[in-house]
Design a binder for this molecule. Structure first.
Ligand code: NAD
Ligand code: GLY
Length: 358
C-alpha cells in the first residue's frame, strides 16, 4: 500500500492507495476517533457491488452504520438529493461526532462531501472513491458541491475529508468507458506537472488499459501526490490550483453545450486538453512535437480529441465558455503549457484563437 499526505495544517489527511482497502475501512475509521454512528452514502451501481463490504467492515470495528443509496448519475448531484440525505441523517440521529463515508465516484464524493460540510454545520467524512477519476482527482482536495439548473457545481464548499481510501480492487467492476474517461485526468497530471509521469504513461499505457495493479498503484499514487502538492499550496484556488483545470475551460463548455451525459467528463477534457495544447503552441511556443505527443497519448488511450461542431452547437459552446466560473470581467482565462510538465495559469486568450483550435 502507498500513502500520500495532503499537507493542510490541522486539516491534513492521508490518501491510501492499494488493494483490499475496503475490508479495512472500519479499522481505518476507528483510528480517526470519530463517533460510533455513521452513514455510508453510495449510488445504486456502486452499492450493489460494495455497500455490503463497507457496512460489514464498519460494523466489525464497532460502528453503527446506516446506508443511504442515491440513484446513479449526475442528476443526483442536486439540492433535492442533499435534502433527502440530510433527512435520513436526522432520522437516524447522526450527531456532530458522527461521520459520513462517501462510497462511489465523483458524483457521490461531491454530493456526500457537501452533505458532510453542511449537515449540523459540518461533520467529518471519509472518501472511498471507486472510479479512476475520483481516485486521482475528485476525492482529494476538498471541493464538494452540487449542480443548479444554471450550471455545474454552482453550490458547494471547500471541505476536506479525514481520509481517502483508494481501493484499486473496486476499479475492476468499473465500465471500460468510465475507466478510460478517468485516464484523461491521469494524462493531465503528466502535462501540467511531471514530464517523467507523462513518459511513463506513454510507455505503460497498455498495462494501464489492462488495469494492472502494480502500474495502477504507482500512477494513481503519483497523481495523488501531485494533487496534494498543488492543493497544499493553494487550498481554495486563489492561484496555482488553477493549473488542475488544464483543458477544463473548453471541456466544461463541451459537457454543458452538448447536454450532460453525451460526453463523459474525461472525454470532454481530453478534447479540451488537445485544444489547449494547440493554443499553447500558438501563444507560448509549446513545440509541435509535444502537441503531437499529447494528442497521440489521448488517441492511444481511446479518448476523443476532436468534436464535430455545427454552427448552432459552436455558438452554444462559446456561450457556455463565457458562463464558466473561471471567467472574470468577461475574459476567458486558460491554463497553457510551456512544455510537457510545466504550465502557466491565467493566460488570457481571445475568442478568435479558441475558435481556431476547436
Ligand atoms: P460517477 O460518480 O457518475 O461514476 C460514473 C459511473 O460509474 C456511475 O454510473 C457510477 O454508478 C459507476 N461506478 C462508480 N464506481 C464504480 C465501480 N467501482 N464499479 C462499477 N460502477 C461504478 O462519475 P465520476 O466520473 O466518478 O465523477 C464525475 C463527477 O465528479 C462530476 O460530477 C464532476 O463534476 C465531479 N468532479 C469533481 C471534482 C472535485 O474536485 N470535487 C473533480 C473532478 C470531477
Ligand atoms: N479538479 C480540480 C480541483 O480539484 O481543483
Amino acid at each position: 500500500m502507498r500513502i500520500v499526505q495532503v499537507p493542510l495544517g490541522q486539516r491534513s489527511y492521508s490518501i491510501k492507495v492499494g488493494g483490499g482497502l475496503l475490508a479495512r475501512l472500519g479499522a481505518d475509521c476507528a483510528r480517526l476517533k470519530l463517533g460510533r454512528r455513521c452513514a455510508v452514502i453510495t449510488d445504486s451501481n456502486v452499492g450493489r457491488h460494495y455497500a455490503k463490504a463497507a457496512l460489514k467492515s464498519l460494523a466489525a470495528a464497532g460502528f453503527q452504520p446506516v446506508l443511504i443509496t442515491v440513484p446513479a448519475g449526475e442528476k443526483s448531484k442536486c439540492l433535492s438529493v442533499v435534502e433527502k440525505c440530510c433527512d435520513q441523517l436526522a432520522k437516524h440521529r447522526l450527531e456532530r461526532k458522527s461521520f459520513i463515508v462517501a462510497l462511489g465516484g465523483g458524483v457521490v464524493g461531491d454530493l456526500a462531501g457537501f452533505v458532510a460540510a453542511t449537515y449540523l454545520r459540518g461533520i467529518p467524512f471519509v472518501q472511498v472513491p471507486t472510479t479512476l477519476l475520483a481516485q486521482v482527482d475528485s476525492s482529494v482536495g476538498g471541493k464538494t458541491g452540487v449542480n443548479l439548473k444554471a450550471g455545474k457545481n454552482l453550490v458547494g464548499a471547500f471541505y476536506q475529508p479525514q481520509l481517502v481510501l483508494c481501493d484499486l480492487d473496486t476499479l475492476k467492476t468499473l465500465p471500460r468507458r468510465e475507466y478510460v474517461s478517468g485516464l484523461a485526468e491521469v494524462i493531465k497530471y503528466g502535462v501540467i506537472y511531471d514530464a517523467a509521469l507523462f513518459a511513463r504513461l506513454e510507455r505503460d499505457l497498455p498495462k494501464l488499459l489492462r488495469r494492472e495493479t502494480a502500474s495502477l498503484a504507482a500512477v494513481i499514487a503519483r497523481c495523488c501526490e501531485i494533487k496534494a502538492e498543488v492543493v497544499g499550496q493553494d487550498e481554495t484556488e486563489s492561484g496555482v490550483r488553477a493549473i488542475l483545470n488544464f483543458g477544463h475551460t473548453i471541456g466544461h463548455a463541451i459537457e454543458n453545450s452538448s447536454g450532460y451525459g453525451k460526453f463523459l467528463h474525461g472525454e470532454a477534457i481530453a478534447i479540451g486538453q488537445v485544444a489547449a495544447a494547440k493554443l499553447s503552441q500558438q501563444i507560448l511556443g509549446l513545440p509541435a512535437g509535444e502537441v503531437e505527443r499529447i494528442e497521440q497519448l489521448f488517441v492511444r488511450a481511446g479518448l476523443p480529441v476532436k468534436i464535430k461542431l455545427g454552427s448552432a452547437l459552436r455558438k452554444k459552446l462559446f456561450a457556455a465558455m463565457l458562463l464558466d466560473k473561471k471567467v472574470s470581467d468577461g475574459e476567458v482565462k486558460f491554463v497553457l503549457a510551456e512544455k510537457i510538465g510545466r504550465v502557466r495559469f491565467g493566460c488570457k486568450v481571445g475568442m478568435a484563437a479558441v475558435n481556431g483550435v476547436i
